[in-house]
Design a protein around this ligand. Structure first.
Ligand code: UT7
Length: 311
C-alpha cells in the first residue's frame, strides 16, 4: 500500500507587512531586503489569530479539495515550532476545530523541515496499514519568535499554514522520503537564544548549510527513485531566501522555470513554507496528474529532508 495526496489547502493572515513599512521601524530598506533575500512582503497573524486557527482553516480547505469529511481522517500531525501552548497540542486543537474523530493527534517539531518530516511519518503509517488517511499540516506564527528590533532576523519571516490530506492508494503518491538531523551546532540557529527569548541566527553559516543540504537531499531523492533532474517537473524547496533557492536549483541542474517560488510574497514561514507553495502550484494548475514533484527542506536543528511525489 502507498499514500498519495488527495487534496491541499492553505491560509495566510490578511495583514500584509511590506518591506517599506518595516523600514519605518527598523534600520533596513526595501532595496536591501529584496536584493539579499528576494522577499517583498510577509503576512502577519492578528492578535487573536493562533497557530491552531490558521492550521484549522488550511486543514478544512485541504479536506474540501480532497472531497472528504473531517470524520474520515485517521491521524492528524501538525508540524510547528510555534505551538500556542505546550499542551494541548496544536494538532488536538485542530481536531476539535475541524470536528474530526478522537483519532491520534500530535505536533511534530523539526523547524523548517517539519512538514516533510510529518509527511514521511504519515506516509509510513498509511504504507504499513495502520491507518487509511492522515491530515498533515505545517503551521507557524513566526512573528511571535522575532525580536522586531533585530534587523538581521525580523525581515526574514512570516506567518501562515499549509495542509495536505493523505489517503491510502495502490499507486504511489509518495515515492520516497529521507530525513536527516545534525544537532552538533545548536547555537547557529536557535530559539530562544542564549541571550534573549527570541530567534537567533548566524545568517552566513545557515546560508551555506542550507544550500549544501538542499542539494544533498535532492541528490538523495533522485538516486532513490532512479531519476535525473530532467525527470523533476516541479521542485518545491523550503522558502527562506531566493538566493538559497536559486543556488541549490542550479547545483541540482533544475531550471528556474521548474521551481516553485513563494518567498517573495510569504517570506520564510518555516514548516508552513513547503505546503503553502505546494497548494499554490496545485491550485494555479502548474502541478498536474503524473508530474514528479520534489520537496526539499532545511531548517533549525539542523534538519533536512526530501520527498519525491508522483502527483
Ligand atoms: O529557514 C532557515 C533559516 N534561515 C535562512 O535560511 C536564512 C539564511 N541566511 C540568509 O538568508 C542570509 O545570510 C541573510 C539574508 C540573513 C543575510 O545575508 P548575508 O549575505 O549573509 O549578509 P550578512 O549577514 O553578512 O550582512 C551583510 C550586511 C551587514 O552589514 P556590514 O557588517 O557588512 O556593515 C549587516 O549588518 O548587511 C547588514 N544587514 C542589513 N542591512 C539592512 C543585516 N540585516 C540587514 C537588514 N537591512 N535587514
Amino acid at each position: 500500500m502507498h499514500s498519495r495526496i488527495a487534496g491541499t489547502g492553505s491560509y495566510l493572515p490578511s495583514r500584509i507587512l511590506t518591506n517599506s513599512e518595516l523600514a519605518r521601524s527598523v534600520d533596513t530598506s526595501d532595496e536591501w531586503i529584496r536584493a539579499m533575500t528576494g522577499i517583498a512582503q510577509r503576512h502577519i497573524a492578528g492578535d487573536g489569530e493562533s497557530t491552531a486557527d490558521m492550521a484549522a482553516i488550511a486543514a478544512k480547505e485541504a479536506l474540501a479539495a480532497a472531497g472528504m469529511r473531517a470524520a474520515e481522517i485517521d491521524l492528524i500531525i501538525v508540524a510547528t515550532i510555534t505551538p500556542d501552548l505546550v499542551f494541548p497540542t496544536t494538532a488536538a486543537t485542530v481536531q476539535a476545530q475541524i470536528g474530526a474523530r478522537t483519532v491520534g493527534c500530535f505536533d511534530l517539531s523539526a523547524a523548517c523541515s517539519g512538514f516533510v518530516f510529518a509527511l514521511s511519518m504519515a506516509d509510513g503509517m498509511i504504507a504499513s496499514g495502520k491507518c487509511r488517511s492522515a491530515l498533515v499540516v505545517g503551521a507557524e506564527r513566526m512573528s511571535r519568535l522575532l525580536d522586531w528590533t533585530e534587523r538581521s532576523t525580523c525581515v526574514l519571516f512570516g506567518d501562515g499554514a499549509g495542509a495536505a490530506v493523505l489517503v491510502a492508494s495502490e499507486r504511489p503518491g509518495v515515492r520516497s522520503t529521507s530525513l536527516h538531523a545534525d544537532g552538533s551546532t545548536p547555537d547557529v540557529l536557535r530559539a530562544p537564544s542564549k541571550r534573549s527569548p527570541y530567534l537567533h541566527m548566524e545568517g552566513g553559516a545557515v546560508f551555506k548549510f542550507a544550500v549544501r543540504s538542499l542539494v544533498e537531499g535532492g541528490q538523495e531523492a533522485l538516486q532513490a527513485n532512479g531519476m535525473t533532474s530532467a525527470d523533476v517537473d516541479w521542485l518545491i524547496p523550503h522558502q527562506a531566501n531566493l538566493r538559497i533557492i536559486e543556488a541549490s536549483a542550479k547545483k541540482l541542474q533544475v531550471d528556474a522555470s521548474h521551481v516553485v517560488v513563494t518567498v517573495d510574497h510569504h517570506a520564510n514561514t518555516s514548516a508552513a513554507s513547503i505546503p503553502l507553495a505546494l497548494d499554490q502550484a496545485v491550485r494555479d494548475g502548474r502541478i498536474r496528474r503524473g508530474h514528479n514533484v520534489l520537496l526539499l527542506s532545511v531548517g533549525g536543528g539542523f534538519t533536512w529532508a526530501s520527498c519525491m511525489l508522483e502527483w
